[in-house]
Design a protein around this ligand. Sequence first.
Ligand code: FBP
Length: 564
Amino acid sequence: MTYIRLDKLREYYKPEIPAVLEENYQVDIDSSEDLPPVEEEIKRLFPNTCHLPLLTIQESNGSKRNNMRPLHVGVVLSGGQAPGGHNVIAAIYDALKAYHAASRLYGFLMGPGGLIKHQFIELHKSLIDRYRNSGGFDMIGSDRTKIECVEDFERVIDIAHRLDLSALVIIGGDDSATNGALLAEYCAEKEEKLCVIGCPKTIDGDLKNRFIETSFGFDTCVKVYAELVGNIQRDCYSAKKYWHFIKLMGRSASHLTLECALQTQPTIAIISEEVEAKQQTLDDIVQIIADVVVDRYNRGYPFGVVLIPEGLIEFVPRMRRLINELNEVLRVNEKNLLIVKKSEVVRYIASKLTTESAEVFLSLPNEVAGQLMLERDPHGNVQVSRVQTEELIVSLVRKELKKRKERGNYDGKFSALTHFFGYEGRSSMPSNFDAAYCYALGLTAVALASHHANGYMAAVGNLVAFPGEWKPRGVPFVSMMHMEEREGRRLPVVKKSLVDLEGAPFRYFVEHREQRARAVDFRYPGPIQYFGPSAVCDSTTITLRLEHDLSAEEDSEEALREQH
Ligand code: FBP
């Protein structure tokens, strides 16, 4: 028997592309839909890019383009890894070469930091081919450096002049898109030739809106988590003795947890946005879990699975107040902290907090208090992936169950295990969906670049259809921005999209959760499939299906028979 490595075989996989991008196309103003109104303050800060229209890419009836001048484009990966990033770059390369054989693509190394330091390589076919359909960002690396001041902009413009760049494609999430918007405005003001174009990346799924249906990487990452959660659930249902508490990545929004819950149907899934909307305390969450633990124990099921979103603590109002105060106290006392004894740090910090926050802070297990004090990322975010929320919740549930035992309300055992799934999914080999979506985004970015579209995010819509029917567009960065308080300053930023509590995915989850809390068995989605029936290999998330008014469940007997 011959053996072939899957990762090698994937280098040759050719994702299907949107039909309009296959042939001769043209970029036009899209007047079929209105963009949301731009806030007055944003208009004042972005006078040159605030009136940009929505763009559409459609078939051209004219004769085949004869592109006289090659295009030079720079590309940068920004922020956390997300499956499919290499395919965006591969598509940019392919589209540039199709545009004009002498076109060039430069990759800036290690993210926006490398862009500002002018560290780059020219990307050639041999390198690109090795990375087709692969996970990770290792082709050129990434970081979280901000591009926000005039010196940074001038450094970018300087390298753009030297490499004769017509466009810079920033592949990133909301913070990176904010960088892109600021840079695009600066280029427009200075009447530079450089166009700044974004591609919506983030496993968190929180860079989305009416025009950006999802960010790339979300589909793959959640499928990896769903496989792992499913495996644990199968073990849990087999052994019938453990409670598994699983924290899932997704810094702020709970999209990953919600989708994972829809795919795996765990006993409980906490959704941060709901916690905030209901102003729940940690104790409220603990009571909900403890009630389910007791009820299941009494019915003979001393086991279950709880999903916890990574960003939960920031959505518990009292914890959020504590974190905001901590940000300030840590900043102001940076020097003093260097001389405070390690064992005294928590008490020292508590003495600088308001009484209410100090009480919350001191009630936390020492490790968690320490994790909350870790350095913030360059965008001012608490590094929630390093806060052991799952351990915190388990210890609080344990305490609560002990109290109930003392009161004689419960006499069971509670054996809990904790897990954190984050990096396991973030650099995974992209699913067929993400491979195709990323490829389409890269092609769209070049279509926008060839149209000199400065200040746009590449967008691809109609994602629940086959890729041939996807609709590429250009969405102005500014249309996604609003003013937000960040580290004590009001700043223009691209808006993060949180779970919509009125939206179809959350409503579907709520409809089923009581039954899930009582159910004995679970769902086991299994691993991502790359080859096989299209209904299994090419379908995307339940979130997207529900948001497009499609059914969450497709595996009717009839559909299954068809596949056989
Ligand atoms: P992006 O928003 O940059 O895509 O990154 C998302 C993320 O994966 C979060 O889910 C996670 O909290 C964070 O990155 C961790 O980042 P790092 O590994 O840099 O600490």
